[in-house]
Design a protein around this ligand. Structure first.
Ligand code: GLA
Length: 351
């Protein structure tokens, strides 16, 4: 049964470790944060074939036909793409007025895009009378994550993987999620921080994955796989990678090392060794800077500020080329000015 109204909230995420591994069938360890994007949708009986959208924080709006919305740019591409993809996948949809309320800065590295996609997805599915899977129903959430990623890939033009959408959809309080992108499994890992804190600091630089070096990195990994004769870098071995031409060798070396660091991070968390986790964050950053080359001078300055303030580890998060950096702080270490704490929080939900 279609509803009169539906509202959903989807969180952003930080990634503890495991960067640029998702599209290489590797491992990552993100958690959903408390901040995110809210979407309120109301059935529009007067105009059942139209979707009207208001982006509250931008003071902008859009209006398009429910069937075949046609392309657009910026935030409009996400909404039109979501409606088209849900329609194409057979979800019942109704004409609607939609309101978007965000607390996540776009391009900040906290995954505002995935939060917007996921909140739209849950609200529109519920409004049309479709079933929205609960947080524990990982298989069904995986289907929604794929649908959201298609919006980003096909409508927005960013060849991103499933990391952000799965983190937003499957997040759990006080847990990180160990995601294996080959098995497509999501394993909650208790993240007992005690007095330790994760904090983010904005580098001040904004990015858009559709235009940053993100798609180029992805293409380099695909080329490395071709040369190695493997389906994904998960199958590659270190010896063969060493023989690749540069920069492909450096790119693949990062991915192999990063998968290893995710495993080590899970072990460090299980053993309660958060200092060791901090050291892994630093090693991940060095690899992202030197081998994967997704850092920038502004990101380096932000990482240096966190370390000078006493962070046990700090690194660039998400696609890189700007956005926020993440630091891990031991008990009784004050956060530097401008940094704010992020806590592992619940995943996307209907309100
Ligand atoms: C962005 C993408 C993700 C992932 C990260 C890098 O956040 O959206 O799919 O590739 O970059 O780990």
């Amino acid at each position: 049964m279609p509803r009169e109204r539906a509202a959903a909230f989807a969180p952003g995420r930080v990634n503890v470790i495991g960067e640029h591994t998702d599209y290489n069938q590797g491992l990552a360890l993100p958690f959903a944060i408390a901040e995110g994007v809210g979407v309120r949708a109301e059935a529009d009986r007067e105009r059942p074939e139209t979707v009207r959208v208001q982006a509250r924080d931008l003071g902008e709006h859009d209006e398009f036909p429910l069937r075949e919305p046609g392309p657009a740019r910026g935030w409009r591409a996400f909404v039109r793409g979501m409606v088209a993809e849900l329609d194409g996948a057979g979800y019942p949809l109704v004409g609607a007025r939609v309101r978007i309320e965000g607390e996540l800065a776009r391009g900040s590295g906290l995954s505002s895009s995935a939060a917007l996609e996921v909140a739209l997805c849950l609200a529109l599915v519920a409004l049309g009378g479709g079933a929205v899977p609960g947080a524990a129903e990982t298989r069904d959430r995986l289907e929604l994550a794929r649908l959201c990623a298609r919006v980003e890939n096909e409508w927005v033009g960013a060849r991103t993987g499933l990391l952000d959408q799965l983190a937003s959809l499957c997040g759990e309080r006080e847990h990180a999620l160990c995601i294996d992108f080959r098995a497509l499994s999501v394993t909650p890992i208790a993240l007992q921080l005690g007095e330790w804190r994760f904090a983010v600091l904005d580098s001040g630089e904004r990015h858009a994955h559709a235009s940053s070096g993100y798609n180029e990195r992805r293409a380099e990994c695909a080329r490395a796989c071709e040369l190695l004769g493997v389906g994904s870098l998960r199958e590659a071995d270190a010896g063969a990678v060493a023989g690749l031409p540069e920069p492909l060798g450096r790119r693949a070396r990062h991915v192999l090392g990063e998968n290893r660091r995710v495993r080590e991070a899970v072990a460090a968390i299980a053993a309660g060794e958060l200092g060791a986790l901090g050291a892994l964050l630093n090693r991940s950053h060095a690899s992202l800077r030197d081998d994967y080359e997704v850092s920038t001078p502004a990101v380096e300055r932000a990482v240096a500020r966190l370390r000078q303030a006493g962070a046990a580890g700090a690194r660039v998060v998400g696609g890189g080329f700007g956005g926020i950096v993440l630091g891990l702080f031991a008990p009784a270490t004050p956060l530097p000015a401008g940094a704010h704490e992020v806590r592992p929080s619940a995943g996307a939900r209907l309100l």
